[in-house]
Every structure is written in C-alpha cells, then in structure tokens.
Design a protein around this ligand. Structure first.
Ligand SMILES: Cc1ncc(COP(=O)(O)O)c(C=O)c1O
Length: 397
C-alpha cells in the first residue's frame, strides 16, 4: 500500500524549522516558528512552573489512572475563571464549562468535531489571513470553510469595514472564528470599540463565535486580552473558546489547552458538554495529566499566580521592546521601507511585507528563516541578532 505513496507536502511552518536545524551556518536566525525565546535565544522554563513541579513532586500525584474525558476538574474551573473572571455570573452559574484538551490545537479540533456533530450544515468563516493550521484542522473535521477580509496589506491596518460587510452576510447558525488577541499572522487586533461592534453584529446575525485564544497575556495583559470575548459574553450569546497555555506558561510540549462552551443556561451547557465528551472519547479518549496539574497548581496558589503574572509580563514586555528596537534599527539602515507599523502591532507576529522571492533570498544568502508569507516571529529577535538581521533585511529590500 505504501510503495505508491508520494511524500505529503511539508508543513509550511514546522517544515521551515527542520530546514533551520539542518543549516550549518552558526549565525543563522529563526523568525519562523511561534515559540517564545528570551534574549539569549532560549525557550525558558517559567519560574512558576519550576516551583509547581516541586510541589507536584512532593505530593507525588503523577501516578494514577485515566483522567475524565474532560480532564482535571480544578483545571477546567481555572480556565473559565481566566477567560471571564472568577466572579462572573457565567462561571458561578455553570453555563460556561471547559474541557481540558491537548493544547490549543486539540481544543480547536474538539470544537470543530463538536460543530460538525451538532450542527452539520454549518460553514466556518475564518479571517483572511489566518494561522496556517486552521484550514487543515477544520477541513479534517469535515467543515465547509469560508473567509472574511481582515488585514489590508497595503495600509497595514485592520480591514474593519470590509470585515463587517462580509460578516453581515453570515447566516444564523454558521460559525465565525476570531483570534481573541495577538492575531496570528498579522499582529493586528480589533480595538475595544470594534470588538463591541462585532459582538453586536454576532447578536444580531445569530452566528456562533469561536475564539482561538492562544496568546492570553501577550498583547496588553491577561485581563485586557480577554476584552473581545468578554464583550461577546456580555451580550448573553452562546460561544466557544479554544485556549492554549503553550505560550503563556511556556508548556509547549506538555500539550495544555481547553475547549470552553458558553451556553444560555447551565443545563444547555451540560448537554453541549455531553457531545463534547463524545468527540473527545472517539479522538484521544482523555487528555494527559501532568501539564494541566502544573497549570492548575499555579493558578490555585496566590503566590505562584503572582509569579506567573510577572512571568507573562516579562515575555510581553520583551516582545514589545523588540518591536520598538526592530523599527528603530530598520529606520537607521534604510529608507526603502517604513516598518513603524511593527511597533503598533501585538503578539508574536507581524507581516514584514517581504515577497516570497525576498524570503528565499534572505534565507539563501543570510540564513534568516522567515515563512513564505513574510510573517516574522518577533519573539525570535534578540539584542544579539538585531544588527545582522536588519542588515540582511535591508540588503534584500
Ligand atoms: C493562532 C494559534 N492558535 C492555536 C495555536 C496552537 O497552540 P498549541 O501549540 O497549544 O496547540 C497556535 C500555535 O502556534 C496559534 O498560533
């Protein structure tokens, strides 16, 4: 059976990481993958996680049987509290319920299977552009896909009017995917006023919002970054959220995420969860325990939680300072392009505006790795590589 198979196309982002690893040039720079690195180019283990590991080791909780299909109960509770605030009526009443999933990708796939199962005719609308894996995840679940305009490459701004016009044509029952903050790949988010307008639109149109929340705390702050989904929740509409703790806890390889259902009442949320459980059972049965235990331990302990909030602020501030440094350094080197927009955007990514040819040239001549769309991972910039990076960029403009 396998002899006739041709190789599948490489993943556009993870394939680039493989090429980067194979490059023998010691001065190579990776702005491809979405992994946070510190100023030494290392992906740190957060202080709160090291302490949480110690607490768990002392408790020796790592053994035991399977977790429930929806994962650790205390973790699930912490997830909805982080999304909406611990005192929120939705959290207290039980009409917002989370299921622990293997990473944000797992949360998105569970959401996709849940939509396909409970609302088989629904079409899912994604921003153009969006994270490359969205297409694959929702297609794999059998959903029909559409796109709405999001980013204007010319003016480097949000194409808000075009977005609203397109969403006004989305019928009730369809699903609209939003990036809750730190839009990947553009780095452009709606303003609070624009989120309010989108929430009103969702309420009027009757479409189901699905939020991809992979970067809580990387934009403006843990609470500020939840503004969009909280604006929707305030309208009393149903919604879904896929959370990832890969970035904000630095737990990439532990696979820690969640899928949250917000319904009109607790009973409807429980009924929805019964379908979510079936999607999980027939996919991976139940999630892995350790990463969720680490996160739940941090969030339940006042001291560890404060340390985590500082850890997240440190990562956010570093990214934002690299954004400013990049703009200043490029401005000093060339007047062929204006990169000032990079400092106004948020999260790990921005579009550099480089063409496919320039992306290839900078890789071949300077070992600078950027994905074909020109998306750059700001978290890959350091005070040591900023000069060679900007020299290389300026040379291909
Ligand atoms: C927008 C977006 N959604 C989801 C994910 C997936 O996160 P995880 O690594 O937790 O599966 C990512 C990761 O890069 C992302 O950028």
């Amino acid at each position: 059976m396998f002899e006739s198979l041709l190789p599948a196309p490489p993943d556009p982002i993870l394939g680039l990481t493989e090429a980067f690893k194979e490059d023998p040039n010691p001065a190579k720079i990776n702005l491809g993958t979405g992994i946070y690195t510190d100023d030494n180019g290392k992906t740190p283990t957060l202080d709160c996680i090291s302490r949480s590991e110690k607490i768990l080791a002392e408790k020796s909780t790592s053994g035991g049987g399977y977790l429930p299909m929806t994962g650790l109960a205390e973790y699930d509770r912490s997830v909805v509290e982080l999304l909406f605030g611990a005192d929120h009526e939705m959290v207290q009443s039980g009409r917002a319920l989370a299921a622990q999933t293997p990473g944000g990708t797992g949360g998105l796939r569970v959401a996709a299977d849940f939509i396909a199962r409970t609302n088989p005719g629904a079409k899912l609308w994604m921003s153009n552009p969006t994270w490359a894996n969205h297409n694959g995840i929702f297609t794999a679940a059998g959903l029909e896909l559409g796109t709405y305009p999001y980013y204007d490459q010319e003016s480097r701004t949000l194409a808000f009017d075009e977005m609203v016009t397109a969403l006004k044509n989305v019928p009730a029952g369809d699903v609209v995917l939003f990036h809750a903050c730190c839009h990947n790949p553009s780095g452009m988010d709606p303003s609070p006023a624009q989120w309010e307008e989108l929430a009103e639109l969702a309420a009027a149109q009757g479409f189901l919002p699905l939020f991809d929340f992979a970067y809580q705390g990387f934009g403006e702050g843990l609470v500020e970054d939840a503004f969009g989904l909280r604006a929707f929740a305030a309208k009393g509409i149903e919604l879904l959220v896929a959370s990832s703790f890969s970035k904000n806890f630095g737990l990439y390889n532990q696979r820690v995420g969640a899928m949250t259902v917000v319904a009109g009442a607790a009973e409807a949320a429980q009924n929805a969860m019964s379908h979510v459980k079936l999607c999980i059972r027939t996919n991976y049965s139940n999630p892995p325990a350790h990463g969720a235990r680490l996160v739940a331990t941090v969030l339940a302990d006042a001291e560890l939680r404060t340390i985590w909030e500082q850890d997240v602020a440190t990562m956010r501030n570093r990214i934002n300072s690299m954004r400013r440094l990049f703009v200043e350094t490029m401005a000093a080197k060339t007047d062929k392009a204006d990169f000032s927009f990079v400092a106004t955007q948020r999260g790990m990514f921005s579009f550099s505006g480089l063409s496919k040819e320039q992306v290839l040239e900078i890789r071949e001549k300077h070992s600078v790795y950027i994905v074909g769309s020109g998306r750059i991972s700001i978290a890959g910039i350091t005070s040591a590589n900023i000069e060679p990076l900007c020299n290389a960029l300026a040379s291909v403009l």
